[in-house]
Design a protein around this ligand. Structure first.
Ligand SMILES: Cc1cc2nc3c(=O)[nH]c(=O)nc-3n(C[C@H](O)[C@H](O)[C@H](O)COP(=O)(O)O)c2cc1C
Length: 367
């Protein structure tokens, strides 16, 4: 199995074939690093926004309506678990705990990239959460750049049927591929390939950034390409520059540090895309992901135009580091409960009976 740290960084390595063994080694590195290291970029999403408190809510707390419609489905709250792992035994354990909890809470769950499963069907059991969560809305995942390295519409169609997926996410991760020692960096002509998938796949296609944000211009291009939803995946949470830097040699670490705070923050990216969405009356929903750590931030994102809010690292950490005496499932459920409770308290104390009413209660701090 190749050991990345012993290789010279960049140009040489971009020619290495990304084999299942290399992918497994990378996934294990990601799990280890995300569990033990500080890998978040700076900034706290939506810290400049506040809700006007409602001292007299005139709502029964038990009647709050947190439900949200997304991709023609109804979910119990506007939260989704972003695609993280799979493909290795530890990843399977993490996915299973999250899948059981997500099904119980009636929220969608993304799986980490299934590139290795496309390459070899023997890896199916490492991603197959359907067998334990028959009613879960599961979102598949692949990197857009893989479309330039042999992955086709037919491969994705097969994957959707095989794993019984409800939607399919294609991630944009230019920065990660630059810092990743074995990164794939040919991003040319990807929009046309994304469009082909979006217009021909039999389930909705979501495009997601993984930490650098999406500008309104790119959102506009993606809307024109026929995608069903866009996850702005902004700066403020998990930083792939930091993570890949920690898998690299000294030069890679310097690069990883340098670009750790690259990109549009989750709030800036959401605000500019959401403004364009309402100006041009687009009906392509936005997902806000990147550094969302509680239900108060979920409420702010929804008030500012997100249909759904993605959470990654906190649920990953809950699954890999349960409290003493707790199972991974109980730990993920505890974290999801915290999100649900803090969202409910925000809505109640802002006088919002449902998610739509949050919008009229949010204000921005004047600098
Ligand atoms: C351990 C781990 C693995 C991830 N793997 C993937 C992946 O395979 N595909 C993907 O699109 N995003 C992946 N992500 C990114 C998340 O989906 C999400 O965009 C990112 O973590 C930002 O959210 P956060 O700040 O709440 O963690 C991963 C995140 C983590 C923590």
């Amino acid at each position: 199995m190749p050991h990345i740290k012993n290789h010279k960084h960049s140009k040489l390595l971009s020619n290495i074939e990304d084999t299942p063994e290399l992918m497994m080694s990378r996934k294990n590195d990601h799990i280890r690093i995300c569990k033990t290291e500080k890998i978040e970029s700076d900034g706290e999403p939506f810290s400049q926004f506040h809700f006007i408190p409602e001292a007299l809510p005139e709502i029964n707390f038990n009647d709050l309506d947190l439900t949200q419609k997304f991709l023609n489905q109804s979910f119990a709250m506007p939260l989704l678990v972003t695609g993280m792992t799979g493909g290795v035994e530890k990843g399977q354990e993490i996915n299973e705990a999250i899948a059981l909890a997500a099904e119980k809470f009636n929220i969608p769950m993304g799986l980490g990239s299934q590139k290795m499963l496309i390459k070899n069907s023997k890896f199916k059991k490492l991603f197959d959460v359907r067998k334990i969560a028959p009613n879960l809305f599961v979102i598949g995942n692949i990197g857009a750049v893989s479309l330039n390295y042999g992955i086709t519409l037919e491969d994705i169609k097969r994957l959707v049927d095989d794993l019984e997926l409800g939607a399919f996410a294609i991630h944009l991760n230019a920065l990660q591929e630059c810092i990743q020692p074995e990164g794939e960096r040919n991003f040319s002509q990807l929009l046309a390939k994304i469009e082909k998938i979006a217009r021909n796949l039999h389930v909705p296609v979501i495009i997601k950034e993984v930490g650098s944000g999406i500008s309104s211009e790119t959102y506009q291009k993606l809307v024109s390409a026929g995608v069903a939803a866009v996850d702005v995946g902004g700066k403020g949470g998990t930083s792939w520059s930091a993570i890949e830097g920690l898998r690299s040699d000294k030069e890679g670490q310097r690069l990883g540090d340098l670009f750790k705070n690259w990109g549009l923050s989750t709030d800036d990216s959401l605000l500019c895309c959401s403004r364009l969405k309402s100006d041009l009356k687009y009906n392509v929903p936005l997902i806000a992901t990147g550094g969302i750590r509680n239900g108060l931030q979920v409420a702010k994102a929804v008030a500012l135009g997100a249909s759904m809010v993605g959470v990654g690292l906190p649920l990953f950490k809950a699954a890999v580091s349960p409290l003493t005496g707790e199972t991974p499932l109980e730990s993920v459920e505890r974290e999801l409960n915290f999100f649900r409770k803090s969202l409910s308290i925000t809505m109640f104390c802002a006088g919002a009976h449902n998610l739509t009413q949050l919008n009229s209660r949010i204000v921005q701090e004047v600098p």
